[in-house]
Write a protein that binds this ligand. Structure first.
Ligand SMILES: [Zn+2]
Ligand SMILES: [Zn+2]
Length: 151
């Protein structure tokens, strides 16, 4: 059961991320996401990185409930699902797509190429409106088809 809670949370987080990205980051918290679309190359950190902190606080609170509140043990597995998604997001978005660490080894995988192309499309919009491709580990299917054909 716990593994199901964990996996369900992980996959649900892609939807949560899509909605957060579209309606919160491109909405009332655009001032924190702005510098991710309008990059200042001289800075190592972005204001956008605060979103990692927010999600970390949520998953830490869930670990707290899971450990110290009786009857709430399942929260631990929701927290773990969010943590695992955060790590996957970090690897895919910061390392593979934006190359903030390490470099180009990922170019050989069509899955990563599809994510990169879709996310470049997302970044082609510099303002908060008319965005597209808000997901991170899953993007519109034609990107996968195209990357697979051109692999
Ligand atoms: Zn965005
Ligand atoms: Zn990005």
């Amino acid at each position: 059961m716990n593994i199901i809670i964990f996996l369900a949370t992980f996959f649900l987080m892609e939807g949560v991320t899509w909605c957060t990205h579209k309606y919160v980051m491109h909405g009332f918290l655009w001032n924190l996401h702005y510098d991710h679309h309008n990059k200042d190359k001289s800075k190592v950190m972005e204001k956008n990185d605060w979103f990692f902190v927010y999600f970390a606080i949520i998953s830490m609170s869930l670990f707290y409930c899971g450990s110290f509140v009786s009857g709430m043990e399942f929260c631990t597995y929701i927290g773990l699902g969010i943590l695992a998604y955060g790590i996957a997001y970090f690897i895919v978005h910061e390392i593979i797509i934006h190359k903030r660490l390490f470099s180009n080894w990922t170019q050989q995988f069509f899955y990563f190429k599809a994510l990169q192309k879709a996310h470049r499309k997302h970044h082609s919009h510099l303002g908060p409106e008319d965005g597209e491709c808000f997901g991170m580990l899953w993007v519109p299917f034609h990107y996968f088809k195209e990357a697979y054909r051109n692999r």
